[in-house]
Design a protein around this ligand. Structure first.
Ligand code: BGC
Length: 307
């Protein structure tokens, strides 16, 4: 594992460090209201911990973020059998997903951006087509991390990429996130069965414990929200997280239709912008199919404030 690290720098101590292993975010430093910077994402200590990391810490997740039922899907009568890493389920791209490969740094501009590429061979984890995936991390306006994903394929396939960072705005990643507030801009969610596979329904959060439309403390959650899409902008607000004690806050906006909120790790909140889980088995969900000649594009912006 050659986990080369590239550091991007913004204003007032805002910085983002990227590893080539899994195209992972290693560290994000952001100032508090006094101007003190601290790391606000969970990370691992050293190569061995990353290679054995069951949490996808900071990783680019692919080819298909989230779950695919029965560890397989079909195109035009052909069944593609995927590697399974939960009983009968393919999670986060399978046994050896994008989080566990070396990405090649393609280009960078000092302090401003870095772009990495992984060429996933035809049949990788059972997925059809050679998929060339790029992820570009850049700092915009001095206080925001922009992630642009693009991909092309040699034959029809499915793609759903996300980043699996866990945020802890206190600046002390050993603490839990009980003193954070969260808001998710979604009126609906996709309910799941016991294997965490969507039933196919899209239900309202109204009157349920999953309604995070007003800021509240962080519940123990593992839910895909259907974002309330804005039609007047490319990027839809997805979530707002704040830590009143330090004054740090984070606003997430995305081109994606969904946001998986996962707080089950305790000391960090994953805000995974993505298409819905198991979309290949639900024709009513937005499609994750990518065909030759098309270009997969997805953008998410994580903007940090201090006040
Ligand atoms: C999923 C969880 C899963 C976790 C694994 C999250 O994205 O939503 O169900 O346990 O990843 O680290």
């Amino acid at each position: 594992m050659n986990a080369a690290c590239r550091k991007l720098r913004g204003k007032k101590g805002f910085s983002v460090s990227i590893l080539s292993y899994g195209a992972r975010i290693f560290e994000i430093t952001a100032p508090d209201r006094e101007g003190q910077t601290a790391n606000v994402v969970l990370n691992c200590r050293g190569a061995a911990e990353y290679q054995n990391d069951p949490w996808y810490t900071g990783a680019t997740v692919g080819r298909y973020a989230n779950r695919i039922a029965s560890g397989s899907f079909e195109f035009d009568g052909t069944t593609y059998v995927l590697t399974e890493n939960e009983p009968g389920v393919t999670l986060h791209g399978g046994v050896h997903g994008f989080d566990r490969v070396e990405w090649a740094p393609l280009q960078h501009a000092e302090d401003e951006f870095v772009e990495l590429r992984y060429v996933s061979p035809d049949g990788d984890q059972g997925f059809p087509g050679t998929l060339t995936a790029n992820v570009r991390y850049s700092i915009v306006d001095g206080n925001a991390l922009r992630i642009d994903y693009t991909a092309i394929t040699s034959t029809q396939t499915i793609v759903n990429l996300t980043n699996h960072s866990y945020f802890n705005l206190s600046g002390d990643t050993s603490q839990n996130v009980d003193d954070h507030l969260i808001q998710v801009f979604a009126s609906n969610f996709t309910p799941v069965d016991a294997q965490k596979i969507p039933t196919g329904e899209i239900l309202s959060v109204e009157g349920t414990a999953l309604d995070l439309r007003d800021p509240c403390s962080v519940p123990n959650l593992d839910v895909n929200y259907v974002l309330d899409r804005r039609t007047d902008a490319d990027l839809t607000p997805a979530a707002f997280v704040s830590h009143p004690k330090s004054g740090r806050s984070l606003h997430v906006a995305t081109t994606e239709p969904g946001l998986q909120v996962f707080s089950g790790r305790g000391n960090g909140i994953a805000l995974e912008t993505q298409h819905f889980p198991d979309s290949p088995h639900h024709s009513a969900f937005p499609s994750t199919v990518l065909r030759p000649g098309e270009r997969y594009q997805s953008t998410t912006i994580y903007r940090f404030f201090a006040d």
